[in-house]
Design a protein around this ligand. Structure first.
Ligand code: C2E
Ligand code: MG
Ligand code: MG
Length: 572
């Protein structure tokens, strides 16, 4: 394949010697390719650019050098170049560096196949990743983050990456927030939270390509900048890899913490894109992911801006709604599976807007928690639910208890037991008729403190239920120490009952565990007769779900209990 271009003439003129020396010192490599894209000849600096020893002269096949994800893009660009004799094109793609890592190459092609002096395609090759080698990273950060680029530095790198945007290439910006970091900061202090973020960054760095940038934004977010061709596909893959990085527990002193991440993604295809707007877009998308409950990825879209505005105004609107009495509580029956009898009801809050729409808790509980409104809202729901429960028909026909949800923020409030005591004594509801539901997430960061607080509540005589059981990461060893009375099996395990044997196995295992620990069980989200039959077969005592009744206003629930034929379905 090699031809005479590389064979030196016997005598070189002084000018030719100088030109060769210039090529040797060039930062960019030159390479001559044939019609099929294979190497004919390389310039003296090309092996250095790619990190190979000069004698190797990069004899690898071109396609073997290119990252598999970028091959489609290479073939497409090459086909287009071949159709344009004398034409030029440019491409950024990843190639195997001599050190075994992937590096980003900026390639410019001139199709000289028709030029008798060239008879090939001349490619200029620049290694965009080499700055990650010897060059030390500048950072304004102190302490644990001093080796990571900060916002200023990230903006510089993003501006460079955007400026390099060419046909087929895109720049991805991922803002990654660890969902549990604020809980760690509150329970263990800001230093521990910073150490945790730094440990997360180290894991992420190991998993990223050398050509990707990783930095830190503020004191609670990491940022990844990645140049790519495959846009959303690459972004999804990258976001999955980022999330997987945290699935192994982290150590905080003697405890282990499992982290999840809210990931916001913005994509630039336009060389005119503004770096700081891009970073802000990814940050807004991250905030949407976080508000929606975390542990998810969200691509930026203009709707995120509207959401962000409403997030800023939401806390004040929530306070106003509380003052204007716009919240209502709906109740969903909990039934005994063997008889179908209603034994309790769960209180579920809704926001009745002035325009007649009813907003579900998922759209505002997060904001209520973040803004501190949850304390007042939670106390209002508790008061309302206890007053309602007192009005339910006594005896076997009526719900014996009302279950009220508590968020992790409410549980952290040392004043909570006093609030519960006051509501119980004020309404006169017996404590045994109140169940407080908490999710396993309250155990994730500081299980001992959570257990102490739950014990203080239980000492009042109320029952404690573990909601959405099976979806958190709480250690089973804490379960036996947990002052709980009820496990509520999450809907995700109930959905597949009758179809997926794995769900039956999980539900069976939870039932066996509950029996061994002396706990009651409620299966959540039962929608079909098949699921109910399967739960009965497995010996599950209680259930809740649309099959038995949707959440509905208090008077409608009471009506349906007195006249069992009455529908409870509100469609909420
Ligand atoms: P949760 O405590 O797990 O409540 C059960 C949720 O599942 C409710 O959604 C209920 O409407 C829904 N659900 C019940 N049966 C079915 C079914 O058969 N199929 C399906 N697809 N869904 C079913 P909702 O009312 O939207 O509440 C969502 C979450 O919001 C609750 O989950 C709870 O964690 C939280 N929440 C509700 N009210 C309050 C409150 O007053 N305070 C706090 N802190 N959290 C609340
Ligand atoms: Mg609940
Ligand atoms: Mg639940």
């Amino acid at each position: 394949m090699s031809r005479s271009v590389g064979t030196p003439p016997l005598v070189l003129s002084a000018q030719e010697v100088r030109q060769r020396a210039l090529l040797r010192y060039a930062d960019d490599g030159l390479v001559l390719l044939d019609r099929s894209g294979e190497v004919i000849e390389v310039g003296p600096s090309y092996p250095r650019v790619l990190g190979y020893a000069p004698e190797k002269r990069c004899k690898m096949r071109t396609t073997a050098l290119i990252h598999p994800d970028d091959l489609d893009c290479w073939h497409q660009a090459w086909a287009e170049l071949m159709a344009r004799p004398g034409g030029t094109s440019a491409l950024v793609l990843r190639a195997r560096h001599g050190d075994g890592q992937w590096c980003s190459l900026d390639l410019t092609f001139h199709n000289g196949l028709d030029d008798p002096d060239v008879q090939g395609v001349v490619a200029t090759v620049r290694n965009l990743s080499k700055r990650h080698g010897g060059e030390t990273r500048r950072s304004g950060q102190q302490g644990v983050f001093e080796d990571l680029p900060d916002r200023q530095d990230l903006l510089g790198r993003l501006t460079e990456a955007v400026a390099r945007l060419r046909a087929y290439s895109q720049v991805l910006v991922l803002v990654v927030k660890l969902d549990q970091l604020h809980l760690v900061a509150r329970a263990c202090g800001r230093d521990q939270a910073a150490q945790l973020l730094a440990a997360a960054a180290r894991r992420l760095r190991r998993d990223l390509r050398t050509c990707d940038d990783l930095g830190v934004l503020g004191d609670d977010r990491l940022v990844v900048i990645c140049e790519t061709h495959t846009g959303k596909r690459e972004a999804n893959g990258l976001a999955k890899r980022v999330a997987a990085c945290f699935s192994e527990p982290f150590r905080i002193e003697d405890d282990q913490v499992v982290l999840t991440a809210s990931i916001g993604i913005a994509l630039a295809i336009d060389p005119g894109a503004d770096a700081s707007a891009l970073l802000e877009d990814a940050d807004l998308a991250m905030a949407s992911a976080s508000t929606a409950g975390g542990n998810r990825r969200v691509f930026f879209s203009p709707a995120e801006r509207a959401d962000a505005i409403s997030r800023v105004t939401l806390p004040a609107a929530l306070r106003q709604a509380l003052a204007d009495n716009e919240f209502v509580v709906h109740y969903q029956p909990v039934v005994e599976l063997s008889t179908g009898r209603t034994v309790g009801a769960e209180a579920l809050v809704r926001w009745a807007h002035a325009d007649g729409t009813l907003a579900g808790p998922d759209s505002f509980i997060g904001a209520a928690e973040a803004s501190g409104v949850i304390g007042a809202l939670g106390a209002w729901v508790l008061q309302e639910a206890c007053e309602t429960a007192l009005r339910w028909p006594a005896g076997p026909g009526g719900p014996a208890y009302v279950a009220v949800n508590l968020s992790a923020h409410q549980l952290e409030d040392p004043g909570l037991p006093a609030v519960v005591r006051k509501v119980l004594s004020g309404t006169g509801l017996g404590p045994s008729r109140l169940t407080l539901e908490v999710t396993e997430s309250v155990l994730v960061v500081d299980p001992e403190a959570a257990i102490r607080r739950l014990r203080a509540l239980r000492d009042l005589g109320v029952r404690i239920a573990i909601d959405d059981f099976g979806t958190g990461y709480s250690s089973l060893s804490y379960l036996k120490a947990l002052p709980a009375d009820v496990l509520k099996i999450d809907r995700s395990f109930v959905t597949g009952l009758g179809a997926d044997p794995a769900d039956a196995a999980i539900v069976g295992a939870v039932l066996a565990l509950a029996e061994a620990l002396g706990l009651d069980v409620v299966a959540e989200g039962v929608e079909t007769d098949t699921q109910a039959a399967e739960l009965r077969r497995l010996g599950c005592p209680h259930a809740q779900g649309y099959l038995f009744g949707r959440p509905c206003p208090a008077d409608r629930l009471a009506g349906s209990l007195l006249c069992p034929g009455l529908p409870t379905d509100t469609g909420s």
